[in-house]
Write a protein that binds this ligand. Structure first.
Ligand code: GRG
Length: 300
């Protein structure tokens, strides 16, 4: 991990963790809140919330801004919901996630389905606090970005392609399009929501941050494909070797392990270059650069 990133990350992780815990009440009808808390708390790298906060801080003076913290929590709730549903028997049928039994294993399928649904809707509730702490225009911008990134033109659409692609040979273009939607859209949205929390960001910076988020999103997925074959289940906290076993198209299957690793590095370099093109002061970009390095150097 880059020098400085750890000391930036820890207080931000603490804030996100506290806000997520406060946002999901354990007391709820038929213990639904317990399943939601199990899905969200005590696990995960929190990459998406950190991207929201790092981007917001890159473009403005928003330390402790409720808008950025709400957006950071909202994107993690969407991510957690997607993992709960993805692990269910009707999709990837997995038993291990974040080092624990998956939500449907622990709570049953119906409760897992409902927990995912409720996390999805809670995300939008978090973006729209009724207390006037976030300007209406910022709320509307974040809602629009998150809805689009997680719906049929984003994550859900990508998941549909993923499920339809098992056993298929995809071209590199088709694979990129699937991942652009399935994983990339939410990662890009983290960056875009961070920028949306600060009104008046110059168009040039917006465009460069979009290129940054796109390159980072793809790098993340390529690394995910690499880790599926190189890491073990304990380190990953989820079942290793699943893609290969399920005959899923991946970057490793398409181009081989070494070429996939080199491609991830090239995408990270593109992401770093896009940051330079934002025109923002380097000192403000340190956390985003650190997170980019973390994405390609991670072991889980
Ligand atoms: C169910 C609508 C719906 C969509 C599911 C994103 C997704 C679509 C499924 C997740 C399946 C998966 C494992 C995809 C690979 C990329 C990915 C999202 C990995 C997990 O993200 P990390 O590594 O996880 O950020 P943590 O646990 O650290 O948050």
């Amino acid at each position: 991990m880059r020098v400085g990133l750890k000391s930036w990350m820890q207080p931000h992780l603490d804030r996100v963790e506290r806000a997520l815990s406060a946002g999901i009440a354990a007391e709820s009808p038929a213990d639904l809140g317990q399943a939601m808390r199990y899905a969200v708390l005590d696990g995960g790298k929190r990459l998406r919330p950190l991207l929201v906060l790092a981007t917001a801080e890159a473009v403005g003076d928003v330390a402790n801004s409720p808008a950025a913290l709400n957006a950071a929590c909202a994107i993690e709730l969407i991510h957690a919901y997607s993992l709960v549903h993805d692990d269910m028997p009707c999709m990837d049928n997995d038993v291990l996630r974040r080092g624990k039994p998956t939500v449907h294993v622990q709570f049953g399928e119906a409760q897992a389905l409902l927990a995912g649904d409720a996390l999805l809707t809670l995300a939008f509730e978090m973006l729209t606090p009724p207390d006037g702490s976030v300007p209406a225009a910022v709320q509307a911008a974040c809602v629009a970005l998150l809805a689009r990134a997680s719906g049929y033109q984003g994550m859900a659409g990508g998941q549909a392609i993923d499920l339809a692609s098992v056993g298929q040979r995809l071209s590199e273009d088709q694979l990129r399009q699937m991942h652009r939607l399935k994983t990339g859209a939410v990662l890009l949205c983290s960056v875009q929501m961070g920028a949306a929390c600060v009104p008046g960001v110059p168009a040039e910076a917006h465009a460069a941050l979009t290129r940054f988020g796109q390159a980072l999103g793809l790098a993340f997925q390529v690394v995910d494909d690499v880790l599926d074959v190189t890491a073990d289940s304990v380190t990953l906290g989820k079942t290793a070797g699943k893609d290969q076993a399920a005959d899923k198209p991946t970057y490793v299957a398409l181009m081989g392990l070494d070429a996939a690793k080199a491609y991830a590095d090239a995408l990270a370099a593109q992401a770093m270059q896009a940051l330079a093109e934002t025109g923002l002061p380097e000192a403000r970009l340190a956390a985003l650069r650190g997170l980019t390095a973390m994405v390609v150097e991670r072991d889980n």
